[in-house]
Design a protein around this ligand. Sequence first.
Ligand code: HEC
Ligand code: HEC
Length: 267
Amino acid sequence: MARGERVFAAAGCYACHTDVKGGGGPLAGGRALKTPFGIFHTPNITPDRETGIGAWGEADFIRALREGLARDGGHYFPAFPYASYSGMSDRDAADLWAYLRTVPPARRENRPHDLGFPFGIRALVGVWKWLYFAPGRFRPDPARGEAWNRGAYLVQALGHCGECHTPRDLLGGPKREMVLAGTSAGPEGGKVPNITPDEETGIGKWSEGDIVSLLEIGMTPDGDVVGDTMGEVVRHATGKLPKEDLKAIAIYLKSIPAVRNRVSSGR
Ligand code: HEC
Ligand code: HEC
């Protein structure tokens, strides 16, 4: 369970599934996520049997997380970042499930999403998946060290950093040649910076320590404090991780291909 709590933090489930502004209970859903396709209202994932996922079994949960499939076989919209979580290890997924069972159940009905036509059609998500989704566990690179592989796993799978930091094409698929290169059309319509090691447009001039501080307390090397959605990531996710995990993320980020892409800062 303690391990599950750490997976839960790294995966940032809390921020999306809790309506902090509206005073909703932890994981009771109802948070509105604005996207170019419309507004998603996150579901209740507490163990409440009627309005949450209390009637689910572990296999239902793992299928949702890994394959983006609901209990009735319907497709989940990729606003639920299962494309990243698919890489989660079996142990982490099982521990996460064990942890979720311990959260206090909260009664709160799910609200339907408000999506523009044709994005609200679940069956079309099948096409999206066919184009962009390759389910499968994260595979460590034996040529790299343990810290690099841990960092790669945290960035690609658990931390789903690319869900915000990688630009998307018109169908909402990540642009593969621009991984983590930033976008001006991020969540809530905000700008998301380039975090590849490009010296001019990315974070190539940041030291590993600079990256660790940003993830730990949200402070940039210039002394600015990140706001928006990254502020939430720091508060509920990276800020709760042990230092060696943050160092691993920094090592990995310094090693990825530098992509030149200027996204003027929202700060
Ligand atoms: C970026 C926001 C976001 C994050 C982070 C996120 N989710 Fe979700 N989640 C969603 C959205 C949106 C849906 C609804 C998808 C749909 O209706 O197709 C969803 C759906 C779900 C469902 C299906 C619930 C149901 O009633 O069918 C489960 C289970 C779930 N999420 C668990 C998790 C867990 C566990 C985590 C952390 C590992 C997590 N989510 C992280 C946005 C998010
Ligand atoms: C929910 C969307 C979201 C997720 C997930 C996310 N980020 Fe961010 N990130 C942002 C936004 C937005 C900013 C800009 C914040 C600001 O300028 O106030 C940012 C800023 C940053 C910065 C500072 C860059 C700069 O030039 O100032 C770093 C480094 C960073 N993120 C790393 C990460 C890492 C590593 C992860 C995964 C563990 C991650 N982010 C996950 C949205 C996100």
